[in-house]
Design a protein around this ligand. Structure first.
Ligand SMILES: Nc1ncnc2c1ncn2[C@@H]1O[C@H](COP(=O)(O)OP(=O)(O)OP(=O)(O)O)[C@@H](O)[C@H]1O
Length: 276
């Protein structure tokens, strides 16, 4: 239960002269639910993209391991990246579904890593693959939409389809980059509940970047916070203080403490009483 599934050591990434990530080190244990917080431009997406190998670090930019194996080091991804990526599900703010394909077909692309390339390209999935996809869609309340084009779904439904794709993939680690940033409050909570269920019921480790602090406090036990590309907090979400959040977000802090769709700050079992 305590094994390390993800490890970043001194990860740095520059874009031109801008340092998007500065010496970020963190470890994530199997079964954890970690929220990544930080103001816009603090480096959350860049970190998530580096952690799954979609982005390389600088040439002297540290080392990332997943499941105890090298994923990338000093700007070069491991030759084993494809095998590792099959174990990592990635969820994006903009869903990344193919709009003209059916929801089912989109979900079955989660099998692309294990199916032969010709079958994935031709969309010639086996009966058992279809059953797996339908099961996953039923589990998140989308069975009725399975044969609709993905583009006809609402944003919240599309994000749930993306979650079903990760389920079908059988990912052990899910990296979600602002998965609820473009959703209404009701869909936000529904999607966050499903992400929490991936962790609770399917045993997936979850790292999720979030805009709202209140969502991090409700759904995640641990928070990692970035400011200007540097890691400035790594601890229990209940230990975040208003003073620290004010430093992290500036004047936007008060707004971000509210649960989407409510006027009330989220209250936790451990009130934010510790000093930053
Ligand atoms: N491909 C790129 N080329 C140039 N600059 C980039 C690139 N990707 C990110 N950046 C810059 O790196 C910094 C970190 O960006 P990143 O998208 O990781 O931040 P973020 O915390 O995810 O922001 P947001 O919450 O707005 O999505 C920003 O200043 C951004 O402009």
């Amino acid at each position: 239960m305590n094994s390390i599934v993800l490890s970043a050591q001194s990860v740095s990434r520059r874009f031109g002269s801008h340092r998007a990530l500065r010496d970020v080190s963190l470890q994530v244990r199997r079964g954890e639910r970690v929220a990544l917080l930080g103001a816009s431009g603090s480096g959350k997406s860049t970190l998530i993209r580096c952690l799954c190998g979609l982005e390389t670090t600088d040439a002297d930019g540290g080392r990332i391991e997943a499941f105890g194996q090298l994923l990338q080091t000093n700007g070069r991804v491991s030759p084993e990246i494809r095998a590792l990526r099959r174990r990592i599900g990635v969820i994006f703010q903009q869903f990344n579904l193919v709009g003209r394909l059916s929801v089912m077909h989109n979900v079955m692309t989660g099998l692309a890593g294990e199916a032969p390339l010709w079958r994935a390209l031709a969309g010639a999935y086996r009966l058992e693959d279809r059953a797996r996809a339908l099961d996953a869609l039923s589990g998140i309340g989308l069975a009725q939409q399975a044969f609709q084009r993905a583009s006809t779904l609402s944003g919240g439904q599309q994000q749930r389809a993306a979650i079903a794709r990760v389920l079908v993939q059988g990912a052990e680690l899910v990296l979600a980059d602002e998965p609820v940033a473009s959703l209404d409050p009701q869909s936000t909570h529904r999607v966050m509940e499903h992400l929490a269920a991936l962790n609770r019921d399917a045993g997936m480790t979850l790292v999720v970047s979030l805009h709202h602090v209140a969502l991090a406090q409700r759904y995640c036990d641990r928070v990692v916070a970035l400011r200007d590309g540097a890691l400035v907090f790594d601890g229990a979400s209940s230990a975040l203080t208003p003073a620290f959040l004010q430093q992290l977000y500036g004047t936007a802090a008060a707004d971000l403490l509210h649960e989407p769709g409510t006027d009330l700050p989220h209250t936790t079992a451990h009130p934010m009483a510790l000093a930053a």
